[in-house]
Design a protein around this ligand. Structure first.
Ligand SMILES: C[S@@+](CC[C@H](N)C(=O)[O-])C[C@H]1O[C@@H](n2cnc3c(N)ncnc32)[C@H](O)[C@@H]1O
Length: 213
């Protein structure tokens, strides 16, 4: 990703971080399927090692996993998101980082929950991001990837009243499965659901469990 695009993404999320907390931080309370998938993820990863909430935003997924007894950290591109996450859940380590080039040693984590952050990686760099996730996962480590299902790209110049410049990419599940295989993951299961009305952006959702062999 060119440096300007990355900077725009980072400053865009910095600008909406506070509002993101107000609107999204408690959303898992209203998303039973997401909780169920995260419960499954936590049970499977507990024996494998610590997990990371990658592209964590204000860290509600990390907090949920932590409450399920899973050691977890959070990484996000936006320093303001990281600051919010640290303040909201002081017991978890959150730090700034880029999923395309993580400052993390190989084979560090037993699992990665990556919820709605791959959506900002352009199609031609998704395999690179997934290879980076594979590098930092331990052998047998589990990835749970969540994204908007579809083919469109949404360009935002205004995000909740804040000036931004960012793209959101939707992916068909079969397309993402192909990227995961190209990155060397084994596919375990793909789950889709319609949007929870009145709770979230009205897009079809996709979740893929994939494992580092
Ligand atoms: C739509 S929010 C999702 C946040 C949270 N995971 C959730 O489910 O609500 C996308 C997040 O991904 C982060 N992000 C975007 N590109 C990233 C990258 N290259 N590396 C790490 N985080 C990134 C953004 O800063 C933002 O916090």
């Amino acid at each position: 990703m060119d440096p300007q695009t990355l900077t725009h993404l980072q400053t865009g999320y910095d600008r909406v971080a506070e509002e993101y907390v107000r609107r999204i931080f408690n959303e898992l309370e209203h998303k039973p399927l997401d909780r169920q998938l995260l419960d499954r993820f936590a049970s499977a990863v507990r024996a494998l090692g610590p997990a990371c909430d990658l592209g964590c935003g204000p860290g509600h997924v990390a907090r949920y996993l932590h409450r399920q007894g899973l050691p977890v950290c959070g990484v996000d591109l936006s320093p303001e998101m990281v600051a919010q996450a640290r303040q909201l859940t002081p017991g978890i380590e959150f730090y700034q980082g880029n999923m395309l080039a993580l400052e993390v040693e190989a084979e560090s984590w037993g699992g990665i929950a990556c919820f709605y952050s791959i959506i900002h990686i352009p199609r031609d760099e998704v395999v690179t991001a997934l290879q980076e996730m594979k590098r930092v996962l331990r052998p047998g480590g589990l990835l749970l990837l969540a994204f908007h299902s579809g083919q469109e790209t949404i360009h935002l110049e205004d995000f909740w009243g804040q000036p931004v410049s960012m793209d959101t990419f939707f992916f068909e599940p079969a397309e993402m499965e192909g990227y995961l295989q190209a990155a060397g993951f084994q596919l375990e299961e793909t789950v889709t659901r319609p949007p929870y009305e009145g709770v979230e952006y009205p897009s079809k959702r996709a979740y893929i469990f994939a494992r580092r062999p």
